[in-house]
Design a protein around this ligand. Structure first.
Ligand SMILES: [Zn+2]
Length: 41
């Protein structure tokens, strides 16, 4: 199972089906605040 985690507060945002365990970092709505903020590093 894959997990999507907020890179700012480490909250689990969502999960997705995957053959292996993996973690993707994103930003939860609480951390993005003002809608779409593209600040991927
Ligand atoms: Zn967050």
């Amino acid at each position: 199972m894959g997990t999507i985690v907020c890179a700012s507060c480490n909250a689990m945002i969502d999960t997705f089906d995957d053959e292996k365990v993996s973690v993707l970092f994103a930003q939860c709505p609480s951390c993005t605040g003002e809608g779409e903020t593209k600040g991927e590093e």
